[in-house]
Ligand binder design. Structure first.
Ligand code: SF4
Length: 316
């Protein structure tokens, strides 16, 4: 019996962003320059496939800088680190390379600038996420008030409502964050911050593509890791935009085929840390069960690239 026809709507842009691409290149170039092992503090990007691939080439992943020996180079992940981490590496005389995405570093600079101008800082972000820890860690402990929800905005106790600023995590939901920013401005009319928020171009574009695709499809597969903030947001955006079933899958083996029964239109996208090879794996698995026609849903074209740090561009 012939397979059931299925149109796969493929989101563009999807997958790797410029910050993830740069961070992976940094580890690869560090391995070429210094040889294995090279230590990496935290998963360089939140994707097991990427991390396992780098581990096979000689990268060693540790959560705490103390677990890296002083005589090997160490790389800080794309999510950014508190100020205390490079300070500790310096104190231990270690070679370190910072793979923090330049768009996260930009938020770190904003945070420090506001504090130096005498403003207390509010951060909109997810508690415990490494990016939030890194940005809050640009200022002394207790200096940054974290808000995750509109309700948190009502609960915070600020020093001076006239000298307040906000920054955000780069991988949040654009819609949820707009609501939180509105609540902050309503409660603290003098609060200063970025024009809209600090959500990066890659997060914004991937969410816009999902929003455009969701009403067209019966189900959606988002390729990404469960600890990837921007991938999880894509699931939420898809459901909110009207798709009845949106599933986060790390690999093709994770697909819930029962949810695919009887569908004729499937959306596929990938979070910013998910490689294209896994998107292809997922589409190949769908092809094995359906008669697939692929249709691109392109809502933006990206041509952003970030340079790797100078130390890795030097040949000696
Ligand atoms: S998702 Fe955005 S902030 Fe994060 S690494 Fe990619 S470009 Fe940078």
């Amino acid at each position: 019996m012939p397979n059931q026809p299925l149109t796969v709507f493929l989101a563009a842009p999807r997958g790797f962003c410029a910050g993830v691409d740069r961070a992976i290149k940094i580890v690869e170039m560090a391995l070429t320059k210094w040889g294995a092992p090279v230590y990496v503090r935290h998963e360089i990007v939140h994707n097991k496939f990427v991390v396992d691939g780098l581990r096979a080439k000689g990268a060693v992943f540790v959560e705490d800088l103390k677990d890296a020996p002083v005589d090997r180079p160490v790389i800080f992940s794309a999510h950014g680190v508190p100020k205390s981490v490079p300070a500790e590496a310096q104190a231990r005389n270690m070679i370190y390379v910072d793979a923090t995405c330049p768009l996260v570093s930009k938020v770190h600079i904003e945070a420090r600038r506001h504090s130096e101008s005498g403003f207390q800082l509010v951060m909109i972000g997810h508690k415990g996420h490494p990016e939030t820890i890194g940005t809050m860690g640009q200022l002394p402990d207790g200096e940054v008030l974290l808000v995750e929800t509109v309700r948190d905005v009502q609960a915070i106790d600020v020093r001076d409502p006239g000298r307040l600023a906000f920054v955000t995590q780069t991988t949040l939901s654009v819609d949820d964050t707009a609501e939180i920013v509105t609540a902050l401005k309503a409660r603290f009319p003098a609060i200063v911050g970025p024009h809209k928020e600090d959500i990066c171009y890659a997060t914004t574009n991937r969410q816009a593509a999902v929003r455009a695709m969701a009403p067209k499809v019966d189900a959606m597969l988002i390729v990404g890791a469960p600890n990837s903030s921007n991938s999880r947001r894509l699931v939420e955006v898809g459901l909110r935009a009207g798709c009845a079933h949106a599933q986060l899958v790390q690999r093709a083996k994770d697909i819930d085929w029962r949810a695919m029964e009887g569908i004729s239109k499937l959306g596929v996208t990938a979070g910013a840390s998910a490689p294209e090879v896994l998107v292809n794996e997922v589409i190949d698995a769908v092809r094995a069960r359906f008669d697939v026609t692929v249709s691109l849903v392109e809502t933006a074209v990206e041509d952003i690239e970030f340079k790797v740090p100078r130390v890795l561009r030097q040949t000696t």
